[in-house]
Design a protein around this ligand. Structure first.
Ligand SMILES: [Zn+2]
Length: 479
């Protein structure tokens, strides 16, 4: 029978008490994941998978609209192939999982379980590309990759994670650069419009960029606790990989050329971003675009005449324009409320005998708990309007949090004092030296998040070394 609804809520640690524990509690209690029997590998449960599929569907449509095609590459990469590009192999070597046996036979060559697939794509292109007429080749694959991380956390850092990896080659450097920017913009759009997560777009420093890339661009999101989450990256490789893997094409001048390459990816990490940007002490709060259930219909006093029939009829009607679930289980309403709150359903629709008399129902927003009485005749406009209002408010709240947790500093003393007292972004100028970037880490515990596209001039010198500085950097603590 129904359990006391308080019990469900009490089982979660509060954000203030321990944000990290709150996060993992939600992952489990909202039934997004389960830990598997292999350490660091998670099971995406139906509800977690449904959220990821909605993100996937949204992204996939955008990729296809800009001319990308989906492909499927093998999961294993021969060691010799992986080693052709030195920087890439050095960057990933500590995290690669190897297959050494096939059945009972020892393999002649070790095979890497893909940590990323640049090498596979290059190898493929080195055989299938011939002429400039075939360019650009704009590919994407939805798959999982394996990186043997030391410390793991659901969605944020697991040894296997699901993602998409876009890989493209182009005739000119300018076209490849434009592709890199276009995909970064696409990611930013999905985050801001659909996930209601504001992001900072910028370029990574050399220390933080992808192994082997000429430039890595990023979208950085700030979580409720002030820590940063790198939420999507887009890399420009120039012709470095195509040279290493001997990818060539006959150009318009009838000479052989190397194409210019990009890759870009987002992963199930975005689900982690949603949890930590919007969630509260009662559970998840899902932005409507990726909520598997946007409206849950809960009949009140369902045994009274007409109530459950009306609830079913409403759910049927709503299904025409929103993802709806009728909770006609025999759990007590209070239990249902906390269960769906935990799962972050944006809107709850309550209907009871009194509402029936007045031809109305009650809509309850997950984020504000605001109760809105709506005539049943106006539901079809009220529900989409409330979902949109909730999305907008989620975004505004997240933006406000980021603004309140962003500071600027011009001296190292200021940086250290700010970093000691707060968690958030600290903006400073930077001379570009790795030594100063390291010093920020050692003395203030901060890593560079990005050099934002929207630059500001805070001072003339680097706070670390006092040398002239023209770049502004966002520093922070990252997940
Ligand atoms: Zn410096």
């Amino acid at each position: 029978m129904a359990k006391d609804n308080k019990k469900l809520v009490q089982a979660i640690t509060s954000q203030e008490e321990n944000f990290a524990q709150w996060y993992t509690d939600i992952c489990v209690k909202a039934e997004l994941v389960e830990y598997s029997s292999v350490k660091g590998f998670i099971i995406l449960r139906p509800y977690g998978q449904a959220i990821w599929e909605l993100i996937q569907k949204d992204m996939d449509a955008r990729f296809k609209a800009t001319g990308h095609e989906n492909v499927a590459m093998p999961v294993l990469i021969p060691e010799s192939l992986l080693q052709k590009e030195g920087e890439l192999v050095n960057g990933f070597a500590p995290e690669v999982a190897w297959v050494t046996m096939g059945g009972s036979d020892k393999l002649e060559e070790r095979l890497a379980v893909r940590p990323t697939s640049e090498t596979m794509f290059c190898d493929h292109w080195s055989r299938v590309l011939h002429s400039y007429r075939e360019l650009p080749m704009k590919y994407n694959q939805w798959c999982s990759v394996v990186r043997w991380e030391k410390t793991t956390r659901p969605f944020l850092r697991s040894r296997e994670f699901w993602w998409q990896e876009g890989h493209t080659i182009h005739e000119t450097a300018a076209e490849a650069e434009a592709e890199t920017q276009q995909q970064l913009d696409c990611y930013a759009d999905v985050c801001e419009q659909d996930l209601a997560i504001p992001v900072v777009k910028g370029r990574k420093t050399d220390k933080e960029k992808f192994a082997g890339a000429e430039a890595t661009y990023t979208i950085e999101a700030m979580m409720k606790d002030g820590k940063a989450l790198q939420s999507g990256t887009s890399h420009y490789f120039g012709d470095k990989f195509s040279k290493a893997y001997d990818v060539t094409f006959t150009g318009r001048d009838n000479q052989l050329h190397h194409p210019f390459q990009t890759s870009w990816g987002v992963s199930t990490r975005l689900v982690g971003a949603i949890i930590m940007t919007h969630g509260d002490d009662d559970g998840l709060i899902l932005p409507p675009a990726v909520a598997p259930i946007q409206v849950v219909v809960v009949p009140i006093a369902a045994h009274k005449p007409g109530v459950s029939e009306k609830a079913a009829e409403l759910a049927e009607k709503i299904s025409k324009y929103a993802r709806v679930k009728l909770d006609d289980s025999d759990n007590a309403p209070g239990w249902k409320f906390s269960q769906w709150e935990m799962k972050g359903v944006p809107l709850r629709l309550e209907i009871g005998p009194k509402d029936l008399e007045k031809n109305q129902c009650v809509l309850v927003r997950r984020d504000t708990r605001e109760k809105i009485f709506v005539s049943l005749d106006e539901l079809e406009t009220a529900i989409p309007a409330q979902l949109e209002a909730l999305r907008k408010d989620l975004y505004e709240r997240a933006l406000k949090n980021r603004e309140e947790r962003t500071w600027s500093a011009t001296t190292m003393d200021e940086v250290k004092a700010l970093a000691k007292a707060n968690t958030g972004y600290i903006k400073t100028m930077w001379c570009g030296d790795l030594a100063c970037e390291m010093k920020m880490k050692e003395e203030a515990g901060l890593s560079s998040r990005c050099m934002p596209f929207e630059q500001e001039h805070l001072s003339d010198v680097c706070p670390c070394c006092g040398k002239p500085a023209t770049k502004m950097v966002y520093w922070g603590i990252a997940y």
